[in-house]
Design a protein around this ligand. Structure first.
Ligand SMILES: [Zn+2]
Length: 451
């Protein structure tokens, strides 16, 4: 035993350590004895806790998270540090609202910070069971009101939920499905998400606009946006949708992925009903449908997804068929064909024929190859079991073209000045669509007769 001050790291009174380990109360059962924890502190055991924490101030969050992997004792000290008010102040940045002033870079800086913090807490809590881990982490984060579903006064201009999302993504990366189920349940309990979803789906669409917006932002920013693998996104989307009956799933899908107003972020419920819409308004919905259909999301059969698409087309009332057709095109060949085939099997030839005409119209308007629409019709023809049914369907397609052209012509002739342009344009597109559609059929027929 030495007594010189200069080399006397070991001389720092033992009491100091005892005090420090008493402070690590929530986890003191993991720090059984002073001697055990001291032996894994290495040279840091020379430092009183206060100095240790001062040193931490000079380390980046990434470095601290590296340090946490050194030993259990160090990791416990770091957990203590995170819970202190100075640790809290430093680690829980709440600079979520300065997007305009600081520009994009600053925003990504906060996100980056929470990514590192996620890693730090992941590493520090590595040895705890999932439930305790979540509780502890929640305790740390519960101070941040912008992480709550309805916690931020200005949710459209806030990066809080996104930061929470990247934090959770890093934290749960590599966790198995059972643990992720736990995380979802835990988040539901904290945010009261199921209750809130119940409220919006049981009311008239748009009657709880602000709540719809909150749910949309929470689901997207926290639960859906940050996954790297599509299978993870599908897992989380399934968690959100599956507890509900199909009707509510469709409504919820529209709330989360449907078109919103650029002014206030509110869901635009009339978009699919009042007039032809554009691809951007439908893209979110189409991508979500594709996600459920494509990824081997075990919990969804093709039938489930098709029923969901069907249900979606009456949210909140029956959509214009042009918008339906556009959604199907954006959802990809497989979904489009399966949807149409299910109509064919159920003998809904007339409805199906109208859909073919609208697919042709959208191809014409949105500049897709008309060849695609013809091939799709050809494929669907094969679903009909008898030549009679097939001919009846083809006849219905031609009738649908004729009826729609007559209808549009009538509205052009009777329309007032304002409307004239748009109905004339529609008629123009439809006539061209018909011409192009039949041109492709002629090509196809001539090719097959000439070979
Ligand atoms: Zn906020």
């Amino acid at each position: 035993m030495t007594s010189t001050v200069s080399t006397s790291f070991t001389l720092i009174p033992n009491q100091k350590y005892r005090r420090s380990s008493r402070r690590s109360k929530p986890f003191c059962n993991t720090v059984n004895t002073d001697s055990e924890s001291l032996s894994t502190l290495g040279n840091f055991k020379a430092l009183p806790l206060e100095i240790f924490q001062m040193v931490l101030k000079y380390l980046s969050v990434k470095d601290i998270s590296m340090l946490s992997m050194v030993s259990k004792a160090i990791s416990n000290r770091l957990i203590n540090y995170i819970s202190t008010s100075s640790g809290n102040r430093r680690l829980l940045l709440q600079d979520f609202h300065n997007l305009e002033i600081s520009g994009k870079k600053e925003g990504s800086c906060v996100l980056e910070h929470y990514r590192s913090l996620g890693l730090l807490l992941k590493r520090c809590t590595l040895l705890l069971p999932t439930k305790d881990r979540l509780k502890y982490i929640h305790k740390i984060l519960s101070e941040v009101s912008c992480f709550k579903l309805s916690g931020c006064p200005s949710p459209l201009h806030c990066l809080g939920l996104q930061c929470y999302g990247v934090f959770l993504q890093i934290l749960t990366a590599g966790w198995d499905e059972l643990e992720c189920h736990r995380v979802f349940n835990f988040l539901c309990e904290l945010s009261n998400l199921p209750r809130k979803v119940q409220t919006v789906v049981s009311r008239k669409p748009g009657s709880a606009r602000k709540l719809e917006l909150r749910i949309r932002l929470f689901c997207r920013s926290v639960l859906l946006n940050h996954w790297i693998h599509r299978s993870d996104s599908a897992f989380w989307l399934t968690r959100i949708l599956k507890p509900w009956p199909m009707v509510n799933q469709a409504r919820l899908l529209y709330i989360i992925f449907g078109p919103v107003s650029s002014l206030n972020g509110h869901v635009v419920w009339q978009k699919m009903i009042e007039g032809p819409t554009d691809e951007t308004s439908l893209k979110g919905l189409a991508d979500a449908i594709k996600l459920l259909y494509d990824t081997e999301a075990k919990e969804w059969t093709a039938d489930d997804v098709i029923s969901l698409v069907d249900e979606l087309s009456v949210v909140p009332r029956e959509w214009l068929m042009e918008n339906n057709a556009r959604l199907l095109i954006l959802s990809g060949n497989n979904i489009c064909f399966t949807f149409m085939a299910s109509k064919a099997v159920n003998g809904r030839a007339v409805e199906l024929a109208r859909l073919v005409v609208f697919l042709a119209l959208v191809c014409e308007k949105d500049l897709y190859c008309m060849d695609w629409a013809v091939k799709m019709m050809q494929k669907v023809c094969k679903v009909f079991s008898t030549p009679g049914e097939r001919n009846n369907f083809l006849q219905s397609v031609e009738n649908a073209f004729a009826h729609m052209i007559m209808d549009m012509l009538q509205s052009v002739m009777s329309g007032d000045r304002d409307e004239e342009d748009s109905s004339f344009l529609n008629l123009f597109h439809l006539v061209n669509a018909q011409a192009n559609f039949h041109k492709e059929i002629l090509y196809l027929t001539m090719r097959s007769t000439s070979t």
